[in-house]
Design a protein around this ligand. Structure first.
Ligand code: GLN
Length: 195
């Protein structure tokens, strides 16, 4: 299916749905396993990963999500969504779990209180020569990148803020907020190719 779901348990799922629809995609909110079964790709939005984790387990979505990821569903996680996709977290709250799939370890809230939120321009060669303006909000950092994952973007200090692994994509920042739709377009091309 070329229908794209956006996990709609918590966070800024409406913004992702709006961007995907503006690109012509059949984008729908996903809250139930039956809705997950109907999509050919999934965006996991920003929000609060510990809450998203709890809600996904409460609503019986965690296991179907893990199976879908293991089965090759294209998934794009932004910020809290990147944390949900990471195989491990350095500093999760007690009992916090992730769905996993991306061979990375992330650190939550990696920028401390002074840099709670900031914006910067990133070079992302995979998406073209034009730098991308990126908004970080209590953002995670990719602390280590395993063998199966590839960094797509780094801050000036070298820290990784975007990764790709086959049909999985993750960004520390929020492209759904800036009008630069290249990540969403790139993700939709993966969804179409997988369909
Ligand atoms: N700090 C949040 C978390 O740990 C992520 C913030 C965001 O998604 N903008 O889940």
């Amino acid at each position: 299916s070329t229908r794209v779901g956006v996990l709609a348990l918590q966070g800024d799922f409406r913004e992702h749905i709006a961007v995907l629809r503006s690109l012509g995609a059949d984008a729908v909110p996903v809250r139930r396993p039956s809705e997950l079964a109907e999509v050919g790709g999934l965006v996991i939005p920003g929000g609060e990963s510990s809450v998203m984790d709890k809600l996904s387990r409460t609503f019986g979505l965690a296991e179907p999500l893990k199976q879908a990821i293991a089965g090759g569903l294209p998934v794009y996680g932004t910020c809290a969504g990147l944390i949900m996709l990471a195989d491990s977290i350095l500093d999760g709250i007690a009992g916090q779990q992730t769905l996993g799939g991306l061979d990375v370890q992330v650190r939550r809230n990696a920028f401390g209180s002074q840099l709670d939120s900031f914006e910067t321009d990133l070079d992302i060669p995979a998406l073209g020569a034009e730098p991308m303006h990126a908004v970080f909000i209590r953002a995670p950092i990719v602390h280590s990148v395993g063998e199966r994952a590839t960094p797509l973007a780094r801050l000036a200090d070298g820290r990784v803020v975007a990764v790709e692994q086959g049909d999985l994509l993750g960004t520390s920042f929020h492209p759904e907020m800036t009008g630069d739709v290249r990540f969403h377009e790139y993700f939709l091309s993966k969804v179409r190719a997988a369909a």
